[in-house]
Design a protein around this ligand. Sequence first.
Ligand code: HEC
Ligand code: HEC
Length: 410
Amino acid sequence: MRGFGRSIPGVLLALAICVPAFADSQDEPPPPSPSGAFGEDEADLAARLVINSLGLAPDDPSNAHDDDPRAAALGERLFNDPRLSRNGAVSCASCHDAAREFQDGLPLGQGIGVANRRTMPLEGVAWNTWFFWDGRKDSLWSQALAPLENPVEHGADRTALVQVMAADYARDYVAVFGPFPDWGDLPRHAGPLGDATAIAQWQAMPEADQRAVNEVFANIGKAIAAYERGLVPKGSRLDRYLRVEFGGIEGAKGALTADEEHGLEIFAGKGRCISCHQGPRLTDGFFHNTGVPSVAGLPADAGRLAALDQIEADPFNCLGPFSDAPAEACGELRFLLRDPKALARAFKTPSLRGVGRRAPYMHAGQFATLDEVVRHYDAAPAAEAGQTELKPIRLDEQEIKALVAFLEVL
Ligand code: HEC
Ligand code: HEC
C-alpha cells in the first residue's frame, strides 16, 4: 500500500499558497494561519471529502416551505408532469432522469428544442449557493421557474401554468400555500417571457392579476425545490476508504486499488484538483475559467460574467417580492462578487460525485470521456476569452490512468 499520508504535505502546500510564510524555526510553533489550513491534521482533511460530513441540506430562508413534506410530495408530482409544458410532452424528468442521477447523458439538453448547455445532475443540488452552469439563479425555487418558460425546454406560459395548478392541483396546493389569490379572467397563454403575443397579453393584464399569477408561479418553484432538497448524493468506495484510513473505523483496507489510491494522491497533490473540487461533494461551488473550448455553432458563452446583471434584475431573487427571506439573509446577492477578469468564461465547479457514470463532460458536453478531461487539465490550454486558472501538470501515462481510475470510483 502506498499510504495516502505521504501526499498530505502536498495538500497542505496546495492549501497554503495564500498563507504568508513564517520563520523556519524548529522551536517556535508556527503562528495560527488565517485560512486555518495549517492547523489541520490528516483526519480533518480527509473528513472534508468524506460523504458523512455533508450533513443535512442547508435551509433556504427564501423558501418558507422547503422542509414541508407536503410541499415535497406536490413538487415531485410537478417535477414529473408533462402538462407543465407547451406541447404536453416535456417534464423536468424528461431531461433530469432519476435513473441517471437526474441528468440525460447528452452533450446538450433536449426539450421542445435543444439547449445551449448540458443538463446538470441534481443529486446534492440543495447544497449549492448558485444554480446553473453560470449561477444566474440564487435559489433552487427560482431556478425551477426558468425551464418552465424557456422556449427550448418546457416552453410554457405563466398564465397557462397557474391554470394547470388551479385545475389539477388545487387541493394539494391550498394545503401547503393557502387559498389561491384572486384573479380575473386570465388569457390562456400570457407571460413576460413568452412569444410576442404572450408578452402583449401579459402587458394588457391588470397589475393585480400579474402579481397573483407571479405568486402562484413562484410557489410552483417552491414546491419543486422542496422535492429536490431530498435528492442527496450517495456514498462510494472512496468514503469507505477514507473512514478506514482516517476515521478510526475498522474495515477492509483495500477499498481502493493501488491505482485508484495513486489517483487520489495526484488529485489532492500534484494535480491540484482539490483546490476547486473540495469537500464532500468535491466542489467549491464557485466559478472558474478552466480554458474549456467553446462548441462550434453555439452562441458565444461568457459564463458567470454574463450572469451577474441577470441575477440582480431577477424579480424572483432573494431580495424580490416573492422571497420569504429578510434582506439580511441575502448576503450572497447583496455582496455579489464582480470581477470581470476572473469571471469571463468562468463556469461553476461541478460536484464530482458519480462523475464516472455520466459522460459527456463540461458545460456543453465538450469531452466524451474522463481520459479527455484529464488530458485537458494536463495540457491546460489557453482560454478563448478571459484567462484560464490552470497550469500544465505534466502527468505521465501511468498517472493519467491512475487519476481516471480515481474519478471512476466517485
Ligand atoms: C430540456 C431539458 C431540461 C428540462 C426540461 C429541465 N432542465 Fe434543468 N437543466 C437543463 C440544463 C441544460 C441545465 C443547465 C442550463 C444552464 O446552465 O444554462 C439545467 C440545470 C438545472 C439545475 C441547476 C443545477 C445546478 O447544480 O446548478 C436545476 C436545479 C434544474 N435544472 C432543475 C430543473 C427543474 C426543476 C426542471 C423542471 C421545472 C428542469 N430542470 C427542466 C436541462 C433541462
Ligand atoms: C480552477 C478550478 C479547478 C481545478 C483546479 C480543477 N477543476 Fe475540474 N472543473 C472545474 C470547473 C469550473 C469545471 C466545469 C468547467 C466547464 O464546464 O466549462 C470542472 C469540471 C470538471 C469535470 C467534469 C465534470 C462534469 O460533470 O462535467 C471533471 C471530471 C473534473 N473537473 C475533474 C478535475 C480534475 C481531475 C482536476 C485536477 C487535474 C480538476 N478537475 C481541477 C474547476 C476546476
